[in-house]
Design a protein around this ligand. Structure first.
Ligand SMILES: [Zn+2]
Length: 655
């Protein structure tokens, strides 16, 4: 009922505002035929624009021409990309696929176009933003092979095409892996009512489970039968199959060859020269520091888990060995026993619509914005839309959609989708969408963090005020892009901002100081093992990117050197899709972004709602997108070079 009232009020506001405000930029809600038509017309129009750009000599207005083309492209591509993930009709989602492929081809074509390359090269930048865009575009041309001699360019194109084929095959092998694991009712001991209800037994009374996350992870945490957990773990760690190991080796060999075409020693050098870190040496040093920081903690945690296992099974400690498939189970047990944390109970503390209101309230306070819900056309009745207004001037700044609940055929993770990228030169305001699969009955802490994480991405998009569209919002280096979102998760954990929950829901139960501390302690328990694992993934990625070699042999060697060793019969690399895609030589980026995220929290000191710091963060980081070097922006915000002190304090529990 409350929802309806809010909508009605918002609609009235909209009607009143409509007379004054220019029509707000939204996306077209296309059906299957509409998608195909928009795509065909779009591609034809872009080709015409490119031909016109090709026909001109010298730099001229190339950046403005590029800006207009980029805007026209995203006006077709971004809505189609979103609809491919959220459209209620399968026909529409399917129609989006070939369209997206055509746009991938178009982008390759643009960045291999020698005439466009010549025009951008000839440009004399008039200001730093033009210089940065020129640099980004030139790097795009170079990385696509446009700057290579003809024979090498041909080979580079072959390599790109083959890499894309291999990536698709790799992902398909994971997606289509229909391995099932069968468990007797007795082996399901420890699983919750809700889990048993969602996974009904077959006619013979046995449970048949697939390798999907919602089935696998809760089982590993809950099932008390160690042999059953082992069977499931080994099956999951074979996902993708042996063929994927061969694909991975071919992928990394091709990448090595690609780097060679550019006269570079390794793919790691090739990829990292475009990242914040710049060189493999910086990553190696960072990973060495991570390893140094977590080694002892990891061993200590394993000892605690081993003791818990011995106690539960009544075995002598000396004879008890902790296995990989034991980790989640005993961690969960300790979290429950030691910290008395009941995540399910938190749902009554964080009713979903109130949690959304909280997220919006925190952002409005911090960044000096006002969000106004407006009734507009969307792709599903659940979807809400908000105008973003400047709190002081009331001026329209941007807009965002929230599509928060699961439904049939919808993208099943959480993500922020950029729809319109800002461009002050083109008078273009940003628009983005948050897509998630929240529980309608209330959130646990992890889900509240997810909501805030994705909203961090949304703010990076919609508070962007860059000159040129290709630098808008989250168009930043991918070892920086997670920093604003990881940072925003903190507002789901700290006591001071959580006080605001009393404002959005006076009738909800509220977390006490003691409960918040226990929640945080429970969250931190297991950081040694978690970051030990992250280190392993990143190190494996770097080793393959530096010196391609049979992946399973390398993985077995690296994993065997860890305290828990290598479980026989598993082959994790066969499902490591990050490194089959363009995240290769980039896995370290998750931890690197976190270094920056935690460092950028330090100016808030004790006041996480300080509007002056929030405003400065909005202006120096969020507004700038990628129109300046990320490192320069971070330094300006911090007033110093970034430091990893906060990150290491966090992962070793010394904060
Ligand atoms: Zn993210």
């Amino acid at each position: 009922m409350r929802y309806i009232a809010i909508f009605a009020a918002a609609a009235a506001l909209h009607a009143a505002a409509a007379a004054r405000a220019p029509s707000r930029p939204l996306i077209p809600i296309l059906d299957a035929a509409g998608i195909t038509k928009a795509c065909e017309e779009g591609i034809a129009r872009h080709h015409k624009a490119i031909a016109a750009m090709d026909a001109k000599q010298g730099a001229g207005n190339i950046l403005d021409e590029w800006n207009s083309l980029a805007i026209d492209i995203e006006d077709v591509l971004n809505p189609v990309f979103l609809l491919s993930s959220v459209h209620p009709e399968k026909a529409a989602r399917d129609a989006a696929e070939p369209c997206l492929q055509q746009y991938t081809a178009l982008q390759t074509e643009m960045f291999q176009d020698p005439r466009l390359y010549a025009r951008v090269s000839a440009l004399q930048p008039m200001n730093p933003h033009q210089a940065k865009l020129k640099k980004d575009l030139l790097e795009g041309f170079e990385d696509s092979g446009a700057a290579l001699p003809a024979d090498k360019r041909v080979r580079a194109k072959q390599i790109f095409d083959r890499l894309e084929e291999l990536r698709q095959d790799f992902d398909r092998a994971i997606r289509d892996d229909s391995t099932k694991v069968v468990f007797t009712p007795a082996e399901m001991a420890g699983m919750t009512e809700a889990y048993l209800k969602a996974h009904k037994p077959g006619a013979d009374g046995n449970y048949v489970l697939g390798l999907d996350y919602p089935s696998f992870f809760p089982f590993l945490q809950g099932a008390s039968n160690g042999d059953a957990r082992k069977r499931y773990y080994v099956a999951k760690l074979n996902e993708g199959g042996k063929d994927n190991l061969d694909r991975l080796l071919e992928i990394f060999k091709l990448r090595q060859e690609l780097a060679g075409l550019y006269g570079l020693g390794s793919f790691a050098e090739y990829a990292l020269r475009r990242k914040m870190v710049q060189t493999p040496q910086v990553v190696e040093k960072f990973l060495g520091d991570v390893k140094g920081a977590v080694t002892e903690l990891e061993k200590q945690e394993i000892e605690e888990l081993r003791a818990a296992k011995a106690k539960e099974l009544g075995t002598p400690l000396a004879d008890t060995r902790l296995e990989r498939w034991d980790v989640s189970y005993y961690q969960e047990k300790i979290r429950h026993d030691r910290y008395a944390v009941d995540q399910e109970k938190l749902r009554s503390y964080f009713p979903t619509d109130k949690a959304v209101e909280y997220t919006l309230l925190v952002s409005q306070r911090l960044y000096g914005m006002k969000f106004r819900e407006v009734k507009v056309d969307t792709w599903n009745p659940d979807v809400r839309y908000f105008d973003v207004l400047d709190a002081t001037t009331g001026k329209f700044v941007s807009g965002f959609y929230l599509d928060l609940y699961p439904r049939e055929g919808k993208y099943n993770h959480a993500a922020a989708f950029p729809l319109h990228g800002a461009s002050t030169r083109a008078g273009r305001t940003p628009l983005a969408a948050l897509v998630a699969n929240l529980n309608r009955d209330g959130l646990d802490q992890g889900e509240l963090e997810t909501l805030m994480h994705e909203f961090g991405h949304v703010m990076h998009n919609v508070l962007s005020r860059v000159e040129y569209n290709p630098d808008a919002g989250t168009a930043v280096k991918n070892d920086f892009v997670e920093a604003p979102s990881q940072m925003f998760e903190e507002w789901a954990r700290r006591e001071q901002p959580l006080e605001l929950f009393k404002q959005v829901c006076p009738d909800c139960p509220h977390l006490t100081h003691d409960e918040i501390e226990r929640l945080d302690a429970a969250r931190r328990f297991g950081q040694g093992i978690r970051y030990g694992r992250q280190w392993l993934y990143a190190s494996f990625d770097m080793a393959m990117s530096t010196n391609p070699q049979p992946p399973l042999e390398l993985w077995t060697k690296l994993e065997s050197a860890t305290p828990l060793g290598h479980p026989k019969g598993t082959m994790f690399p066969a499902s490591f899709s990050h490194i089959a895609s363009n995240y290769a030589a980039g896995y370290y980026g998750y931890m690197w972004s976190q270094v920056l995220a935690l460092d950028m929290l330090t100016p808030f000191k004790k006041n996480m709602l300080d509007p002056a710091v929030g405003r400065r963060y909005r202006d120096t980081i969020l507004a700038q997108g990628g129109q300046e070097e990320e490192m320069a922006l971070v330094k300006r915000f911090l007033g110093r070079a970034p430091s990893s002190a906060a990150f290491f304090a966090e992962i070793t529990g010394k904060r």
